[in-house]
Design a protein around this ligand. Structure first.
Ligand code: NDP
Length: 353
């Protein structure tokens, strides 16, 4: 068996890949009646993991050096003494980065996604990996973010940063195809991504922020694409794109803070590296702006059934499309995590074991 433990605290983006160490560990054995052993199939790497690696602006508990990393994953039960979770059940939950895991069903976010006797489920059609993507946490974030927090309506002109990623691709489609937003503009890091979200996903327009790479250029492009004015901003990144939208969003606009990935690898002790736009708060006053932070976990606990009713239906009808970027090999988990910050993914990045 093998596992990844946290071995250093990365001080910047160049160090994130070496944050973990791969080491041998013992094969799990069942000692209690409710236990089972999972063979890991797919592991999720997510931007929020950064908050466990070192003290960051996101806050939250920092993982001890030497601890085994945890994230959402999908696995197959290969041995079981738990009658509700027999061999060949496919399960998901937040669990340790190990090739083989001992579990008992009380792990955070544990869910059975397919029993061995079940056939023709949505997962047979679109793959078990979607349990950590379009049928999992990132997609739930987009779902609750647009439907409950932004509450996007048909009159809205919404800008979405991080638009070609796991959350952004789904958020944009829900705003456009489910809520019928007047205009959805995505911001992403290269021409291929911009093309994809417009031509494949139905965004109205896209801006490559590496081409329009200053606040001034971004403002000019946004005004050209949305002369009627922006009413909502779904922010996944922070940075100069956020500064630009903040300056021109319409009176009574809503700014939904879903993520600030451009700051996650900054050191909390080095303010020069942290993007702080000094007049954010003063600028909300006369313009009556709302800034709404949220975490999807709050919504998942309240009404997860709604998501699991709607999303499979939308996928089945072909209304919502999704993309996965696979990285092969357990040993490549750190490299996959690094890709989140270098923009190597379209849609959900999944490590396939
Ligand atoms: P993505 O699939 O969007 O991957 C991250 C993407 O961010 C990259 O592909 C890259 O795309 C972009 N990016 C990386 N660095 C920068 C930068 N410095 N400036 C601008 N863009 C950058 O990840 P997720 O969909 O999983 O997460 C997206 C955001 O949503 C994150 O901020 C995350 O923390 C947040 N989130 C929030 C949740 C909540 O409950 N509030 C839950 C889940 C996620 P590009 O090529 O375009 O640069």
């Amino acid at each position: 068996n093998e596992e990844f433990i946290l071995s250093t605290r990365p001080s910047d983006q160049n160090e994130v890949k070496s944050a973990w160490k791969l080491q041998a560990c013992s094969m799990p054995t069942i000692t209690n009646d409710n236990e089972f052993i999972i063979k890991t199939l797919f592991v999720s790497v997510d931007p929020y993991l950064s908050s466990g690696l070192k003290k960051s602006a996101l806050g939250g508990a920092v993982n001890p050096i030497g601890s085994v990393q945890i994230s959402g994953l999908v696995g197959r039960v290969i041995e079981s003494k738990n009658a509700s979770v027999p061999v060949d059940t496919i399960v998901t939950g937040r669990m340790e980065w190990k090739r083989y895991i001992l579990a008992n069903g009380t792990e955070p976010r544990f869910r059975i996604i397919q029993k061995p006797t079940e056939h023709n489920t949505i997962y047979d059609k679109i793959g078990f990996s979607t349990a950590i993507g379009v049928l999992g946490m990132p997609s739930q974030t987009a779902y609750y973010g647009i439907l409950s927090v932004a509450d996007t309506q048909s009159a809205d002109v919404i800008v979405i940063s991080g638009a070609a990623g796991a959350v952004g691709t789904i958020a944009g489609q829900i705003a456009k195809k489910i809520r019928g937003a007047q205009k959805v503009i995505g911001i992403a890091g290269d021409a291929k991504k911009c093309d994809y979200i417009v031509k494949e996903l139905g965004f109205d327009a896209a801006i490559n922020y590496k081409e329009y790479n200053t606040k001034e250029k971004m403002i000019e492009k946004l005004q050209e694409l949305a002369p009627e004015g922006i009413t909502q901003y779904f922010d996944n990144t922070g940075g100069f794109v956020t500064d630009a939208v903040f300056d021109i969003i319409k009176r009574h606009g809503k700014i939904i803070i879903c993520g600030q990935i451009s700051t996650y690898n900054n050191s909390e002790d080095d303010p020069s590296k942290v993007n702080i736009y000094p007049n954010y708060l003063a600028k909300t006053i006369y313009r009556g702006l709302s800034i709404l932070g949220f975490v999807c976990g709050d919504f998942i606990h309240r009404n997860e059934e709604e998501f699991y009713k709607d999303m499979p239906t939308w996928l089945d009808e072909g209304k919502i499309k999704f993309h996965e970027t696979f990285v092969d090999g357990f040993e490549n988990l750190p490299q996959a995590y690094e890709m989140l910050f270098t923009g190597g993914n379209i849609g959900k990045i999944v490590v396939r074991i």
